[in-house]
Design a protein around this ligand. Sequence first.
Ligand code: GLV
Ligand code: MN
Ligand code: MN
Length: 420
Amino acid sequence: MTKAPEIDGERLLARLDAFAGIGATAGGGVNRQTLTRGDREARALLTALAKARGFSVFQDDMANLFIRMEGRDSGLPPLLIGSHLDSQPSGGRFDGALGTLTAFEVLESLADAGFQPERSVEVVAWTNEEGCRYAPGCMGSRAFVDGAIPAEWADLLAGDDGARFDDERLATIEALAPEVGHRPLGFPVSAYLELHIEQGPSLESEQIPIGIVTGVQGTRWLEVRFEGQTAHAGTTALQYRRDPLKALTTALSGLYATVMPDDADARFTVGRLAVTPGSVNAIPATASCTVDLRHPEVEILDQLETAIRDMFEDAAKAAATELSIRKTLEMSPVRFSEAAVEALHTAASTIGFETKAMISGAFHDALFLSQHAPSVMIFVPCRDGLSHNEAEFVEPEDCIAGAQMFMAAVTELLTKPGIA
Ligand code: GLV
Ligand code: MN
Ligand code: MN
């Protein structure tokens, strides 16, 4: 006898607590950056939980981790569900973990109910969604979709400890290899579904429990570096200075005054700033920053990027400094599959949840998966819209409602014509 699969909310909340303990920070958040010891510990815990339930576990060459519940017809491409386990340096306990653990909860609930779908269902935890230890973000899903790992990633170095990307990738794979099987990159899937916290305020302020995400805005990352001449702070008169920090700050004040004030949909962020040699009484030799630029329309993103580059170049010339700009990430805006979005609307009305259709301001692995299979996302509200912050919080009832919606969506995607 089988019963209708039902989410075990208490089990999901307990799992969230257990994973929040891995890489826990004093401020109540997590620091579980990609391919670090904490990330490996989280992968090992998920693997142990999966094996205890009799699911098979695999990883591919990008260390993307897959947990498979076998369908009645094991030859059909699986339905893929999941998110990521890596975090920001001072990240919250829900960003990524909620989506991964909700997907795992759905797998367990299906098994609890003795329900075996026709096609297999697989949970995935993608490698390096965040992009803060190694840029770009979404490395795991990008390599999966492209079927190859770009050669230039091998020698990337982590900013804090200098660890080489390929060494960390291979050590992470190695750590789980005795326990899990191997998978090729880019195997066919029927569809991809991801749940995530909204990371913005609209669901909470409108008191709507579920967001149906219809697409993701575009993102560009730049690494900007001005090079001048270090010299004595006390003796070097203005006309002899080639001060890279003056150039950088002049450009930034112009950009802060224009990019976002002139376009309510634009997002401009400088999250990392460095000067060398960093001495109180020496003019800097170099000044560098990162730029994170986002917009829902690709043409406007192009125009903004050009305007930003021009502003940096003008400031470099005025201060007699050299400028170099390296693009480390480019993600064009995407629209998710209409059939998959429609499946989510059907699922929500089946279980009677109010929903809001929305575009994601954050990027997600679903952006890349949408090039590979019909993909779609579910958002749940988070307190004060706060994320990439240790105080990030999702009410327990919102976690559970999200998981119920996720189960309904999985059921719908498993049978939807054009997807199933
Ligand atoms: C994801 O973490 C993003 O920066 O949008
Ligand atoms: Mn995330
Ligand atoms: Mn994030």
